[in-house]
Design a protein around this ligand. Structure first.
Ligand code: ZN
Length: 457
């Protein structure tokens, strides 16, 4: 092994150790290692089976599910941390698990990859499977138009024609990846009425990606997802290899989903303790990757039934006797899904909306105007007892709620993160914290310190 590779590994590891002492993020060690040895990622990933997950929503949870299934089979699994999903963060994950002989202490790597970074890491990682969860409007100022995001993903996939693609059939943008030479499996939800969201506003893709004619829909799940077809050119939702037919809830709020497998008359039962339709999509994607790894559905389903909420996506705690649910929301579709969950679930009577506009949030917060906050005030049989806003753009958030129909006097502002504690402790009604990225990081860090969250999860 050459000296450059060894230097990159040693300095990367040292930088990681120092960063951890200060509790800082994990992109820098990878960036440093790649600077010293640009080929390092390819060298370290050589003997590891890599699964990559990209797309707008659901990356972290899908990775979490895949990793859980693989670990339950006795595999050693490497994963990158949430948020560290660009080339440097991915390199960090490999460097931390690297041995000095440039091998890695893992059988599998499950890598969350930012849409724009796939093109930079695809050739080095040579994944056996790539999941594309969906493409929604997100981080506008970084990627521009929505088809640009799809094009960027496509550029990355073109570098790895032998990777299996695992693609959401319900997303008209993703499904067009069927044009690539790769082998492809699709997953999706049927048009059953429990899957079709009542309120959906972010209909950003209304025209056929192939010919520009308006899409027709047999049914709509949420946003542009659903049973789309184009009358002009015949492009339509592909038949999924795994399709969720229906969902029921048991008394513990577990979803029990009937899933059909294409080409067989078998129906498999998927039990999930994670709420929300989007988690059914995530679980189906994880099942497809499990199958591609040679794992039987029976075993993968058992693992999925035990998956709990991953960091920040939808965590639940009991803090000072009050039930707290914390959710990350960063685009209109994510917001619509959470609002529809809160309206249906009716458990969380109090809500906090946290909105920051730091660089990591994408700075452009205009997406709040595309989310259907109106649905809160149109609902007849549910309303929040208390609504709070916080963050650097709390006044924009309050304004948005007023336009949606809120009574201005019912909206309270939380001026500092530390005041969240007194809000939580003000009464014992369950409270939901709906936060964008840096707002979630700040709040979680505070709650961690204040309530020693680690021990309570
Ligand atoms: Zn068309």
């Amino acid at each position: 092994m050459n000296a450059k590779v060894l230097t990159a590994i040693v300095l990367g590891k040292a930088a990681g150790a120092i960063m951890r002492l200060f509790g800082r993020g994990s992109s820098f060690p990878g960036a440093l290692a790649l600077r010293i040895c640009p080929e390092l990622l390819g060298i370290l990933a050589k003997d590891v089976r890599v699964a990559v997950v990209t797309g707008t929503n659901g990356k972290t949870t899908t990775c979490h599910m895949i990793a859980k299934i693989l670990m339950d089979e006795g595999n050693r699994v490497l994963a990158n941390e949430m948020g560290a999903n660009m080339a440097s963060g991915i390199a960090s994950a490999f460097v931390f698990r690297a041995r000095l002989n440039a091998t890695v202490d893992a059988d599998y790597a499950v890598i969350e990859c930012d849409e724009a970074s796939l093109v930079h890491v695809a050739s080095a990682l040579k994944p056996f499977a790539v999941v594309v969860t969906n493409v929604f409007r997100d981080q506008l100022d970084r990627y521009g138009e929505i088809t640009t995001t799809l094009d960027i993903i496509k550029q990355g996939l073109k570098l790895i024609p032998s990777s299996l693609l695992v693609v959401n059939a319900d997303c008209s943008l993703c499904a067009s990846l069927g044009d690539l030479p790769n082998k492809i499996v699709y997953y999706g939800l049927s048009g059953a009425k429990e899957f079709c969201a009542k309120h959906t506003s972010a209909q950003e893709v209304s025209r056929c990606i192939k010919c520009g004619a308006p899409y027709q829909y047999e049914y709509r799940l949420f946003a542009h997802l659903g049973g789309f077809y184009c009358k002009e050119c015949g492009y339509k939702r592909p038949e999924p290899d795994l399709e969720a037919l229906s969902v029921k809830y048991d008394d513990k709020n577990q979803s029990i989903v009937d899933v059909t497998v294409k080409g067989s008359d078998k129906v498999i039962k998927l039990n999930l303790s994670l709420p929300g339709m989007f988690n059914i999509h995530n679980a189906l994607a994880a099942l497809c990757v499990a199958k591609a790894s040679g794992i039987e559905y029976k075993n993968a389903l058992a693992s999925l039934s035990l998956v709990d909420a991953s960091f920040g996506r939808m965590e639940r705690f009991v803090l000072s006797g009050t039930e707290v649910c914390m959710v990350l929301v960063k685009n209109p579709t994510g917001a619509d899904l959470i609002l529809s969950f809160l309206m249906q679930n009716k458990r969380y009577k109090r809500v906090v909306f946290g909105l920051n506009d730091n660089p990591a949030d994408g700075e452009d917060i205009s997406w709040i105007w595309d989310a259907s906050f109106e649905s809160i005030y149109e609902q007849k049989d549910f309303s929040f007892s208390k609504t709070y806003v916080m963050g650097t753009r709390s006044s924009d958030m309050a304004l948005r709620l007023k336009y949606a129909g809120a009574d201005a006097s019912s909206i309270h502002t939380i001026h500092e993160t530390k005041d969240v504690a007194s809000v939580i402790e003000d009464g014992d009604e369950p409270i939901c914290l709906v936060l964008n990225y840096t707002s979630m990081l700040q709040t979680r860090r505070f709650l961690d310190k204040h309530y020693r969250l680690g021990g309570l999860r």
